[in-house]
Design a protein around this ligand. Structure first.
Ligand SMILES: Cc1ncc(COP(=O)(O)O)c(C=O)c1O
Length: 388
């Protein structure tokens, strides 16, 4: 019996289905378990490790900050917070926009919806079926039906419309505060928006006097081959939310508000004890500066191209998504193939669509790792994993 597994099972609520090992360390695209076995991490700790594991730039910034000031609240000014906010505004190319810091993706979406409700004086939020926005009350209310099952009383003010249906969105937006959308629906299986959909949503929001909120928690910060999904599709939302890769694994979330929205937020309306703390902010600034300096969205686009041009097999029906948020759509269940990949030392993700293998690797992943995946995948197919 493995001690770590048994202890965790004994003391931690059983809310997750887990891989049967405890990870001990990570470096770049690789992680090692307690038995010393090495895995190629193409799941990226759930899209968090954009710079790979333990990026030295972030580790150094954390070490420096932890020795200077580990924490103080938002009651005082902080150079680290100022630098993190400036880094996010500059990364996104959103001069004049302003940031609210929090601790997670759910909290970022929660606060974005709250801003929209405060600014418009309206309650209704429109969201797309199949989206995932987090587990807190308002965020889960806006999330797809699967995650709301068994949670009565949620979401009286939320209307769901089909992803990709701009007409349904326009109708639902009447009297709404905002449309909250994952521009590429990751958990759904890397579902991409149909051409013109995001621009039509933007126009519909303008007509209805509602705000457009992009949940860029997975799609942002270079993952989709551009700095954000909004930029990739040429659409500028009023509010964008970020988390996951934002601080390379130190818990952090952020809402970025365009100037016309930002100027309507007043002291006392939002708050968080830990949001904007010096440690998280040091990690945020180091993460964003490193992604920028290395222009890692360009590598994401190049690796997507490599995958699209070299992954061919009759069992592989389609490749969904963009950049390094990809869904490999199989002709049968993905689960046995994921198990076969794990046996060959590769961590990848599943999705709500059971035929999809989701790839969310570090943006630093290179051709050798992609070739390793290709060989393991073909090998898994050849071994008969999940033949329909
Ligand atoms: C698109 C998206 N939004 C929001 C969240 C919630 O983020 P967190 O788990 O940090 O609350 C997730 C988490 O998987 C996500 O994928």
């Amino acid at each position: 019996m493995n001690d770590a597994l048994a202890a965790e099972d004994a003391y931690v609520l059983p809310t997750y289905v887990k891989f049967p090992f405890a990870l001990e360390r990570g470096a770049g695209c690789w992680v090692w378990d307690e038995a010393g076995r090495k895995y190629l991490d193409l799941y990226g700790g759930h899209a968090v490790a954009a710079l790979g594991h333990c990026p030295p730039e972030v580790a150094d910034a954390l070490e420096r900050q932890s020795r200077r000031l580990l924490f103080y609240s938002n009651l005082v000014y902080s150079r680290a917070r100022a630098e993190a906010a400036k880094a996010l505004v500059e990364f996104c190319g959103e001069n004049g926009s302003q940031v609210f810091f929090c601790n997670s993706g759910a909290e970022a979406n929660e606060n974005a919806m709250r801003i929209a409700r405060m600014v418009t004086g309206r309650a209704k939020i429109v969201a797309a079926e199949g989206g995932f926005h987090g587990r807190t009350a308002a965020a889960i209310a806006a999330t797809g039906a699967k995650y709301r099952a068994g949670l009565p009383g949620l979401g009286a003010d939320v209307v769901h419309v089909p992803f990709g249906d701009a007409d349904a969105a326009a109708k639902a937006l009447d009297g709404a505060a905002a449309f909250l959308l994952e521009p590429i629906q990751s958990m759904a299986g890397a579902a991409t928006p149909p051409p013109g959909y995001l621009a039509a949503l933007q126009a519909a929001c303008e007509r209805a006097g509602a705000l457009l909120i992009f949940d860029e928690v997975q799609t942002g910060l270079g993952r989709v081959g551009e700095r954000s999904a909004g930029r990739a599709y040429g659409v500028r939302p009023h509010l964008q939310t970020f988390a996951k890769a934002l601080a390379s694994g130190v818990p952090a979330g952020a809402v970025l508000a365009v100037p016309e929205v930002a100027r309507r937020v007043k002291p006392g309306q939002l708050g968080s004890t830990f949001g904007g703390g010096p440690l998280a902010c040091a990690a945020i600034a180091a993460t964003l500066k490193t992604i920028s300096a290395r222009r890692l969205w360009e590598n994401a686009a190049a690796m997507e191209m490599l995958i699209r041009t070299t992954f061919r097999h009759p069992r592989l029906q389609e490749i969904r998504g963009r950049g390094l948020l990809l869904g490999l759509v199989l002709d049968g269940p993905a689960k046995p193939v994921l198990a076969a990949l794990l046996q060959r030392g590769i961590l990848a993700g599943g999705a709500d669509d059971p035929s999809v293998i989701r790839l969310l690797p570090p943006l630093t992943v290179g051709p050798e790792e992609i070739a390793f995946l290709r060989t393991a995948l073909l090998d898994s197919f050849a071994s008969g994993a999940a033949a329909p």
